[in-house]
Every structure is written in structure tokens, then in C-alpha cells.
Design a binder for this molecule. Structure first.
Ligand SMILES: Cc1cc2nc3c(=O)[nH]c(=O)nc-3n(C[C@H](O)[C@H](O)[C@H](O)COP(=O)(O)OP(=O)(O)OC[C@H]3O[C@@H](n4cnc5c(N)ncnc54)[C@H](O)[C@@H]3O)c2cc1C
Ligand code: FES
Ligand code: FES
Length: 465
């Protein structure tokens, strides 16, 4: 049975798994608190919480219900604003009112749900984390200052939160209704069976597919990749890190193992989309979407990652850099599932950097991006991989630039020469994100930025320009 809990109600779902959660909540259950704004994951008006039972405790994340197939919530707890409401306003709602954090009100539910999700996290209260939890919510009326003040008050009100027993504390202090206390048992009782992936369209988080093919999916069965727990893992063995094909961006961000390889991981990841999108979107979806500016594609190309593709019993592993044959043309059959991603764990003398330029810093896709991994011995480049996005029809691995730099020393002259090679192997086109000349200039700057950031004692901007 395809069951889940919506607020305090058990749902036995008979709709196609591609039905959008937003439509189910609003049209099938008539819960109109959840709003429809953009239907593209940008505004946050449709935010709900999804709670998953992890090691006996519920873990809640805010998500955009406008891009979430209902199949991805089987066995989970979905919370709309109605599921937070009680006789009196909750402290989150009250602080929003007190600080004039709401005017027309259209965005307010999304903010309240995201901030309530933040309260439900088991981490110690912290204003910056609270603000980060609303990075996917847009308000066109208030100018945000009043919402920031409300967020400060919410953080202060959580100061004595018992993070060992978060739900109990929140119930006691009337942040959430008391039915939350029974949810772990009720979720366990649902006993969800992992559905076999069918031949239908494969879906990770749906954050690309529903923007592009909404009408073709909403009344169909879909192949739920990210819903397979067996495909959500991050492991390390024999010097190789392997990531399951259903792993989400937030899974990476929260993985101690993955963080141990990249000192600035959270800085890199926070440049990508927003929390509600990162909570559902998968790394595999970023690769298969084949956007020339996919940020995780650039990230993993620079790790010289491999991917494993499976169809029934057949399995093959190829380099990610060989996956892209032309614009949106992949070395992949329709039925093949990207089941895992692997890369050699960076050595202790290895460094990594990701750069991204977009029109806005947050919640925007790249005009140009680039990543590098580089290992140096005695000032000589031993291993190097560089990627670039937005400068050709496919996400690019810079083969010639890499070959030029291997074995060279880190000097400004070598990097300037390498830029000439780099410029000869990219093919940017003029489009809405900029002219060809502008993109060439951007990539040069990002390429130089890698070396200035990673080798500040040897390379300065002055020496390069
Ligand atoms: C508001 C918003 C902001 C965004 N910002 C960014 C950004 O800053 N940077 C960026 O790179 N992207 C961004 N994206 C795009 C998107 O979120 C990412 O590309 C994401 O990683 C896609 O993952 P998904 O699981 O949601 O993909 P889905 O939409 O589920 O799938 C994408 C494609 O991959 C296929 N697929 C998914 N999983 C598998 C699998 N395991 N095997 C085979 N095929 C599979 C699907 O069939 C589909 O063709 C943004 C999207 C939105 C809506
Ligand atoms: S309706 Fe705008 S993010 Fe969902
Ligand atoms: S109060 Fe009107 S959009 Fe935020």
C-alpha cells in the first residue's frame, strides 16, 4: 500500500506516483494554506515539510511541494501549515505577526513552514542557520527586515531547546501540536515497501523534470529513484568514495565523510539552488539533466568521477567526462539508471576549488562555473583535473589545459600560458547569460581565481593580469 501521513491523517494513496504533492494537498485535501506561486521551485509559497524516520527519530526538511512527486513521500510525514496550526498562534506565527513579517500574506505560510522546520532540527539554535532555512522563500512586500527580526526572536525563543528531545520540547512549548509525538510509531507502522523502479520516466527529486515536463508527468506513474533507500548512501572503501544514485545534495552537505574531503564544502554547496531544492534534488539528476552549467556536474568532473549505469542485470562504469556526447546527448539508454558515482579520495596533498558566477549570488544558475582538483609535489603539478560549465554545449572537462599543466610548476607565467590553451578548447556562445567574449573573460577570471585562492603565497592577481 502506498501510504503516508499528511498532518494528523493517514493517507492511502491511489493516485499515480507522478501526481504533484502540491496538487494533492490543495485540490484533493482542500488544504489551501499551501499556496501556488511560480510552480518552478523559485518562490517557496508551496513549502511543506517532509519528515523521514531516521534511526528512530523523525527528521524534517522543507521542500517545494510544486516539484515533489507524491511517490517521493510514501512512508513519510508531510506537514502543511494546517498541521502546525493550534488554537492559538504558534511562537513562529506570533513573532511574524509581532514584527510585521506579513503584509499581503501570500508568502507567509511558506516562511512559517520553513521556520517551523528549522525549529524541528536537532541542532542548537543559531540565527544564521535560521536565516539559511528561509533561503528558498521569497517575499515581495516586506523587504525582509521584519522577517529577519521575527527570525531573531524565534532563535532566541529556542535558546533552551532540548536538542536530545526536540519534538517533546517543541510540543511542551507549543511550537507544534502534540500529535507529532506519535508520528514515529505511526510512520513505523506504515511499513513502506520499496517499490521496484519501473520502466516509466525516472525521477530523482523532480526539480528539473517538473519544471520542464510538468504536463507529461502529473498523471503518470514515474520511476522513483530518490525514494529508494538502497540508492541513498555515501561510503568509502579502498581509497574510493561511492555515492548512491538517489543521494540528494543535502545528503552530501550533511555527510561527515564527504565533508572530510572538502574543507569548504558548505560554501560551495550554498551557491547551488536553495535549501528546499537541495533537500530533494539528486546529484545523479544534475548529471543526467546534462545542463552545460550543472554545478554538481562541474564539481564531479573535476574529481574525474566515474558513474555506474545499470539496466536489469547489466551494469557498466564510465568516466563522467565520457558521458556527454553533444548537447543533451548522453552515452545512456533510456532505461539505464545511474546507480552510483565514484571518485578516488583526494590525497593529502590535493586541493579542490569550485567557482561560480551568476547574476545573483543565491538561488540562481551559473553564467559560467568551473572546478579544479590539483595535487602538488615539490611545487610541481602531479595530478590535475579542471572542469568548466557554460562555455560549450556540454559540461566540459578541459582535456588540453589539464595536459598542458601536468608536470609544470605553479608560476604566474605557466598559468597565463594555460589560459591560452583553455581559451582554444572552449566554444561559448552569446545568449541571455552573456556574450561569447564575456564568457571567455569570466572563465579566465574563474581559472585564475582557482590558483589565487589555492596558492596565495605563489600567485597574485597582479602577476596574472
Ligand atoms: C529553483 C531551482 C534552482 C536551481 N538551481 C540550480 C543551481 O544553482 N545549480 C544547478 O546545477 N542546478 C540547479 N537547479 C536544477 C536542479 O535542481 C538540479 O539539476 C538537480 O540536481 C536535479 O536533480 P533532481 O533529482 O531533482 O532531477 P530530476 O528532475 O528528478 O531529474 C533530472 C533528469 O535526470 C533523470 N534522472 C534522475 N535521476 C536519475 C538516475 N538515478 N538515473 C537515470 N536518470 C536519472 C531524470 O529522468 C531527468 O531526465 C535548480 C532547480 C530549481 C527548480
Ligand atoms: S509554487 Fe513557487 S516554489 Fe512552488
Ligand atoms: S507579505 Fe506579501 S509576498 Fe510576502
Amino acid at each position: 500500500m502506498r501510504s503516508f501521513i499528511l498532518n494528523d491523517e493517514k493517507i492511502d494513496c491511489h493516485l499515480p506516483s507522478g501526481t504533484l504533492l502540491l496538487d494533492f494537498v490543495r485540490y484533493h485535501k482542500a488544504l489551501k494554506g499551501t499556496k501556488i506561486g511560480c510552480r518552478e521551485g523559485d518562490c517557496g509559497a508551496c513549502t511543506v515539510l517532509i519528515g523521514d524516520l531516521v534511526d528512530g527519530q523523525m527528521k524534517y526538511q522543507n521542500v517545494t511541494s510544486c516539484l515533489t512527486p507524491i511517490g517521493n513521500v510514501y512512508g513519510k510525514h508531510v506537514v502543511s501549515v494546517e498541521g502546525l496550526n493550534m488554537e492559538d498562534l504558534t511562537p513562529v506565527q506570533q513573532f511574524m505577526v509581532d514584527e510585521s513579517g506579513t503584509q499581503c500574506g501570500f508568502c507567509t505560510v511558506g516562511f512559517v513552514v520553513s521556520l517551523s522546520g528549522y525549529c524541528l532540527s536537532n541542532s542548537a539554535p543559531n540565527y544564521n542557520d535560521a536565516i539559511a532555512s528561509i533561503d528558498g522563500n521569497i517575499c515581495r512586500c516586506t523587504g525582509y527586515k521584519s522577517i529577519e527580526r521575527a527570525t531573531r526572536k524565534i532563535t532566541n525563543a529556542l535558546q533552551n531547546k532540548d536538542t536530545e528531545h526536540t519534538v517533546n520540547w517543541l510540543v511542551e512549548h507549543k511550537f507544534i501540536p502534540d500529535y507529532f509525538l506519535d508520528i514515529p510509531k505511526r510512520i513505523e507502522a506504515l511499513n513502506p515497501v520499496e517499490e521496484k523502479i519501473t520502466k516509466a520516466v525516472l525521477i530523482g527529486g523532480g526539480t528539473d523534470l517538473y519544471v520542464q515536463k510538468h504536463d507529461q508527468l502529473v498523471d503518470k506513474e514515474v520511476g522513483l529513484v530518490a525514494h529508494q533507500n538502497s540508492l541513498r548512501y555515501i561510503t568509502a572503501e579502498n581509497g574510493v568514495c561511492t555515492i548512491g544514485g538517489g543521494t540528494t545534495v543535502t545528503d552530501l552537505l550533511e555527510s561527515e565523510l564527504f565533508n572530510s574531503y572538502f574543507s569548504n564544502l558548505s560554501d560551495h554547496i550554498k551557491l547551488v539552488s536553495s535549501s528546499p531544492i537541495r533537500n530533494i534534488s539528486t546529484i545523479a539528476g544534475n548529471f543526467v539533466n546534462a545542463s552545460p552549467i550543472g554545478d554538481f556536474t562541474a564539481f564531479f568532473l573535476a574529481l574525474n568521477a566515474k558513474i555506474t549505469l545499470s539496466e536489469n542485470e547489466n551494469e557498466r562504469t564510465i568516466f563522467l567526462k565520457d558521458f556527454y556526447k553533444g548537447y543533451k546527448d548522453l552515452d545512456k539508454s533510456k532505461e539505464e539508471i545511474l546507480t552510483s558515482i565514484s571518485f578516488v579520495i583526494p590525497s593529502s596533498n590535493s586541493q579542490f576549488n569550485l567557482e561560480k558566477i551568476s547574476k545573483r549570488i543565491h538561488l540562481d544558475i551559473a553564467s559560467v562555473n568551473s572546478a579544479i582538483s590539483i595535487a602538488i609535489t615539490n611545487n610541481t603539478i602531479e595530478t590535475i583535473h579542471i572542469s568548466a560549465g557554460g562555455v560549450g554545449p556540454i559540461p566540459s572537462y578541459l582535456h588540453r589545459t589539464v595536459a598542458f599543466l601536468k608536470g609544470k610548476t605553479i608560476t604566474a607565467e605557466n598559468i597565463k600560458q594555460a589560459n591560452k590553451v583553455l581559451q582554444s578548447e572552449i566554444q561559448p556562445i552569446s545568449d541571455v547569460r552573456g556574450t561569447e567574449t564575456y564568457k571567455r573573460l569570466l572563465l579566465r577570471q574563474l581559472f585564475y581565481a582557482h590558483f589565487i585562492k589555492l596558492f596565495p603565497d605563489q600567485i597574485s592577481l597582479k602577476a596574472l593580469i
